[in-house]
Design a protein around this ligand. Structure first.
Ligand SMILES: CC(C)(COP(=O)(O)OP(=O)(O)OC[C@H]1O[C@@H](n2cnc3c(N)ncnc32)[C@H](O)[C@@H]1OP(=O)(O)O)[C@@H](O)C(=O)NCCC(=O)NCCS
Length: 198
């Protein structure tokens, strides 16, 4: 979770995120193990930007600026909404960070936010979002820079997220003391997944 330009504490309940999201019943399998739910990813657009804002308000104890959301609209495959049975319950937002003076052009990919509403966790939605950005960061589409690394900040107390990212080979490469200005603990780990060997 990246530190925003402006942070606020929040005590928002998970089930107030989107009216529709929490009304759904999560049914993973039937008796004969046939999956009964559908996970899909979709683009962030001007029309559903409000859904992303509501999700992030519930998921993260910080608030993000209008500039953040303006940039998200330009992020292409690196900003996605996740749907569980057509209900919007998660999202990922990344930004490209070009590495100056590299030729051919290289960049890092920074995960600003990745989250799934609590009732819909442990169903593979977080993995779908992460795999999607990993795929696009490594697919080598000519128009994109070569990504050398994916990284993010995680609050040191966020064990669920640390477990999640470590499972996908992210490593703690540093600690930033006082990274968050208005939440406690204020320290963040920097987690990184190298895509190119040094
Ligand atoms: C971190 C986070 C995004 C993970 O999302 P998630 O949707 O629960 O992730 P997944 O379901 O893909 O994987 C989580 C666990 O579910 C398991 N899982 C994956 N697919 C599954 C499935 N189909 N059925 C059951 N379990 C499954 C995974 O193996 C993993 O288990 P483990 O870590 O205990 O071994 C979520 O906890 C979250 O939103 N946290 C709050 C926001 C946050 O802190 N984000 C990180 C900072 S940006």
């Amino acid at each position: 979770m990246g530190a925003p330009t402006e942070e606020t504490s929040t005590e928002t309940a998970e089930n107030s995120a989107t009216n529709t999201a929490t009304d759904a019943t999560v049914t993973s399998t039937t008796k004969n193990k046939t999956p009964t739910h559908r996970i899909a990813l979709g683009d962030v657009t001007q029309n559903n930007l409000g859904q992303l804002k509501r999700l992030n308000m519930v998921l993260f104890p910080v608030s993000y600026s209008e500039k953040f959301y303006k940039d998200v609209l330009e992020a292409g495959e690196f900003a996605k909404l996740a749907y569980f049975n057509d209900i919007c319950v998660g999202a990922v937002c990344c930004r490209k960070e070009p590495i100056p003076s590299t030729s051919p052009k290289q960049a890092k990919l920074y995960i600003m936010t990745l989250g799934v509403l609590a009732p819909y966790r442990n169903l593979g939605l977080g993995t779908s979002l992460l795999k999607h950005i990993l795929h696009h960061a490594t697919s080598g589409v000519p128009a994109t820079p070569k990504f050398t690394e994916i990284y993010l900040h995680v609050q040191i107390s966020n064990e669920e997220a640390l477990k999640f990212y470590k499972k996908y080979d992210f490593e703690i490469v540093g600690t930033v003391e006082g990274y968050y200005k208005k939440i406690s603990p204020s320290d963040a780990y920097v987690l990184s997944l190298k895509l190119v060997k040094d």
